[in-house]
Design a protein. Structure first.
Length: 127
């Protein structure tokens, strides 16, 4: 269910490392917990983030949740399509609903899991 080429944080964000860049979004588990997403706030290009730092919010009919960067780096791209169609997050959280692209910093990442470890983590969390 969770793509093998992604790494996952305990905050339910994912990152796909592509060379010196990392594409970031929220997991399928996170979007299911949120329910219907109605708004997303993302950072400006050029913002520098630390691993674990909040970079925006996702608002659903149930709640507003902060987004946390799974890695350190500079925001070099933002998925502007989500502004007009935030519901994409519910339909394709690991694909078209990516949120930001970071130019990765050498300072590293937060504690990230592979797909198997993340699956076990959310099963434990659901207990």
């Amino acid at each position: 269910m969770y793509p093998e080429d992604l790494r996952y944080s305990k905050d339910h964000e994912w990152i796909r490392v592509e060379g010196d860049r990392g594409r970031v979004g929220i997991t399928d588990y996170a979007q299911k917990q949120l329910g219907d997403v109605v708004f997303v706030e993302l950072p400006a290009v050029g913002r520098t983030l630390k691993a674990g730092e909040s970079f925006g919010t996702v608002e659903s009919v149930k709640a507003v949740s902060e987004l946390f960067s799974p890695a350190a780096g500079e925001v070099v791209e933002v998925n502007g399509a989500l502004q007009g169609k935030p519901e994409t997050i519910n339909g394709d959280p690991h694909g078209a609903a990516w949120m930001i692209v970071l130019k990765l910093d050498a300072t590293g990442t937060v504690d990230l899991m592979d797909a198997a470890a993340y699956t076990a983590f959310i099963q434990d969390e659901a207990k």
